[in-house]
Write a protein that binds this ligand. Structure first.
Ligand code: SF4
Length: 210
């Protein structure tokens, strides 16, 4: 099949899924803000900006949600973001070829702020705070906060921030969406990829960029 992912999705009622995603995001934000308030942690940007990190996102849901916000921007801004995304992509490929680490600013970051803050993916919402994860049949794993958190807030006792229910809800909703749309492909995209691949055709198990 050679349809864009968005075209495949138009064959189902994607709003039902995006509404459920909004509910998950709202709970995620609520729990994050509760934990951040306990620590007195308030991210205002820092040198070790997490928007410089190459985060991969693994759900069609997050792709659709981000693109919904992207397509509501005026066309000129969309073009500017796509240009930045292309530069990020090229520099990332160059760095990968040389085996060097990649630190490029996300194309959605403008003057230190996220242009699509309300549409940002899950990891952008959860990053920064110490957390725990409960994987079935395994010991609980703990993740640290970001560098800014360690600098300003690490003296306080740990506040239980469990990412497990959010990961599970996302996985379950993603499964439902893929089943409804007949999608079997795996997703692994940066935000730059999402912006660039918008409208691209795909086949088999991966995206094919036009
Ligand atoms: S989507 Fe927004 S919050 Fe996430 S990395 Fe990009 S600019 Fe930063």
């Amino acid at each position: 099949m050679h349809l864009s992912l968005e075209k495949v999705i138009t064959q189902i009622d994607k709003d039902v899924f995006l509404k459920r995603l909004r509910t998950i995001y709202a709970l995620m934000d609520l729990k994050y803000n509760e934990a951040a308030a306990y620590y007195g942690f308030n991210c205002t940007g820092c040198e070790d900006n997490c928007c410089l990190t190459r985060f991969y996102h693994h759900t069609v849901l997050e792709y659709l949600y981000l693109l919904e916000g992207f397509h509501n921007l005026d066309p000129e801004e969309q073009t500017e973001i796509k240009d930045r995304a292309l530069k990020v992509k090229r520099k990332s490929i160059e760095a990968d070829k040389k085996g060097k680490p990649v630190r490029r600013m996300c194309p959605l970051n403008s003057d230190g702020k996220c242009i699509l803050y309300s549409s940002r993916p899950m990891i952008c919402r959860l990053h920064g705070l110490p957390h725990e994860l409960h994987k079935p049949g395994m010991d609980v794993t703990h993740g640290p906060g970001c560098k800014a958190f360690s600098k300003y807030c690490s003296k306080k006792d740990y506040y239980k921030f469990d990412r497990t229910p959010f990961y599970m809800e996302m996985a379950s909703l993603e499964k439902d969406l893929k089943l409804a749309a007949g999608i079997t492909m795996k997703v692994k995209m940066t935000v730059a990829d999402m912006v660039l691949y918008s409208g691209s055709k795909f086949h088999g198990s991966r995206f094919k960029v036009n």
